[in-house]
Design a protein around this ligand. Structure first.
Ligand SMILES: C[S@@+](CC[C@H](N)C(=O)[O-])C[C@H]1O[C@@H](n2cnc3c(N)ncnc32)[C@H](O)[C@@H]1O
Length: 247
């Protein structure tokens, strides 16, 4: 599967189609993920939660929260006196999250769009997006909105699939991922929907380019680390302003 020459600035698939696709896979999403990543996804989400630097009593918004796994890891960090809000475009995903974690007092979920978050400027200590960014119509606008949601100096954390930098392994990863995702999902009767997943990586910015996009969106102190042999990247940046040295 050759890498497309053009790096995309956003997902060309209409939002309504993206939401409908995730609604339809909501019941099998967690199981397919765990199988496809051999359980690695749980560890990556925990690292993303750690990267927020959140402490007991803190607050976070988890954007594109899906079934709420990253949101619940954040809720664990902030504890019962903290506050975590999970937001997702697909009502089916939000319903699954509510069903799984509705009893955690510091955690709530709502339907909403990452490009127009239902929150005030600087409302949260941190904002996260896990495996959600590549679905957005405009990646930079997504980061601008995440930056808007956090207080000055607050961390924005993005966990996302990436392209391994080594050419051979990158090629192997893309071709096997393109086949594996629909194959695993077809065992659950959702092979057709899961064809979207590998195509959503076509032209997605590599980790260094994504870091540059975060800086263009106004974030500072941007860094990233590769996980899963480079198949996943964890990016962290800060909203500018008071509390950020040198700004
Ligand atoms: C691959 S899932 C990731 C879910 C979860 N964060 C996780 O770690 O498993 C991507 C999620 O992004 C959501 N999504 C796609 N476009 C969105 C948008 N514009 N605003 C909010 N959520 C969106 C989808 O509904 C889906 O639940």
């Amino acid at each position: 599967m050759p890498r497309p020459k053009e790096t995309r600035q956003g997902n060309p698939v209409p939002e309504a189609d993206v939401a409908a696709m995730f609604d339809s896979i909501a019941p099998v999403y967690d199981r397919v993920n765990t199988l496809m990543t051999a359980g690695g996804d749980g560890r990556w989400r925990r690292l993303a939660a750690d990267a927020t630097g959140l402490e007991s009593g803190g607050s976070a918004i988890d954007v594109a929260c899906g079934t709420g796994k990253l949101s619940s890891a954040l809720a664990e960090r902030v504890g019962p006196f903290g506050r975590v809000v999970g937001v997702d475009l697909a009502p089916g995903m939000v319903a699954a999250a509510q069903q799984a974690y509705g009893d955690i007092v510091q955690l709530s979920f709502q339907v909403g769009n990452a490009l127009s978050l239902p929150c005030a400027d600087g409302e949260f200590d941190s904002a996260t997006i896990g495996f959600g960014l590549r679905n957005l119509a405009d990646f930079e606008a997504g980061f601008r909105e995440l930056a808007r949601a956090v207080r000055p100096g607050g961390r924005v954390v993005c966990l996302e699939l990436s392209l391994p930098p080594q050419r051979g392994w990158g090629w192997l990863f893309r071709s096997s991922f393109g086949r594996l995702a629909p194959l695993v999902a077809s065992a659950f009767g959702h092979g057709r929907e899961y064809r979207y997943l590998p195509t959503s990586l076509d032209g997605f910015p590599d980790a260094a380019t994504l870091a540059a996009t975060m800086r263009s969106a106004g974030l500072v102190d941007v860094s990233f680390r590769r996980l899963g042999l480079g198949a996943v990247a964890l990016h962290v940046g800060r909203a500018p302003g008071i509390g950020v040295p040198g700004r």
